[in-house]
Design a protein around this ligand. Sequence first.
Ligand code: FAD
Length: 306
Amino acid sequence: MTDVIIVGAGPAGMSAAIYALRSGKTVTVLEGETIGGQMSNSPRIENFPTVKASSGSDLADKMFEQMTDLGAELELDRVVEVVKRGEGDFLVKCEYNDYEAKAVIWATGAKHRHIGVQGEEELIGKGVSYCALCDGAFFTGEDVVMIGDANTALSYTMFLSNCCKHVYICTLFDRFFGEKAMVDQVLARENVSYEHCLELQRFLTDDQGSLKGLVFKNTKDGSERRYDVKGCFIAVGQVPNNDAIKSLVDLDKGGYVLAGEDTITKTAGLFVAGDCRSKRIRQVTTACADGSVAAIAATSYIDALK
Ligand SMILES: Cc1cc2nc3c(=O)[nH]c(=O)nc-3n(C[C@H](O)[C@H](O)[C@H](O)COP(=O)(O)OP(=O)(O)OC[C@H]3O[C@@H](n4cnc5c(N)ncnc54)[C@H](O)[C@@H]3O)c2cc1C
């Protein structure tokens, strides 16, 4: 049995692994998708102390190397359920295998929210994307629409403006909600423009079922606004990945796990770290902080077991 199973290899999970390993515990990290989590979608991170500027994936590589050098075991397997069988005895059920541990640190972050307009799911990979870094290059030299008003949308716009002809940012409300420095940086780009108060009404498709345009309603005057583009990037918030532990924790209205800065949940031995926890600021630094606190809490829990 592993001492600590950490679910999620984002900054929270990898920081937790580093702290738990340095406390002398054995650690298995279970990752369902991408090492590095969300930050691996960020073209440029400038607010992680000691790293002036780095791509998110470079930062993730460094964390991953540090964690594996210390002895972390990594399994690429998605967790579907966590069961507590007794004190210091957890069964973690995954798509491919089951794993056992004395304590579990849940660090599964969040995923992209979909807008919910008809046709959206069918158009994923046919013009609609939630990841500029993954799909931006497919639209090199073309016009694209970016839907969203906060830091992720701004960060994506910055990346897209390097390869696309023009990026049209469409926001639902009458302002941006991202950091001012980022808004200024993005809007200074010549091939970026924006329009506020636009609510997406429908996607337009061609004969092959691929995107050929978007129709919005201007919420101020009710007029229709059409963009003829083959690429649309969406960054309208996130949904936490907490389904697999929902019977063991309390969730807030948004589905985030209710836990304080101590990362302790209502199930002894289960700790929650990073963006999947109910909190105000979701950043790499706060995820790392949560991960380290959770690892120390898990270590204390294990040491206190009879
Ligand atoms: C485009 C973009 C740009 C950003 N830019 C910045 C920035 O400049 N500075 C900054 O500080 N922050 C930035 N952020 C935010 C930052 O990336 C997040 O706050 C941070 O990654 C959260 O870390 P986390 O470890 O809590 O979760 P995540 O990074 O979301 O990692 C969670 C991991 O858990 C995995 N997982 C989920 N469910 C399961 C499951 N059931 N089983 C196994 N694995 C699972 C996921 O695949 C993922 O790898 C950005 C985010 C995005 C999307």
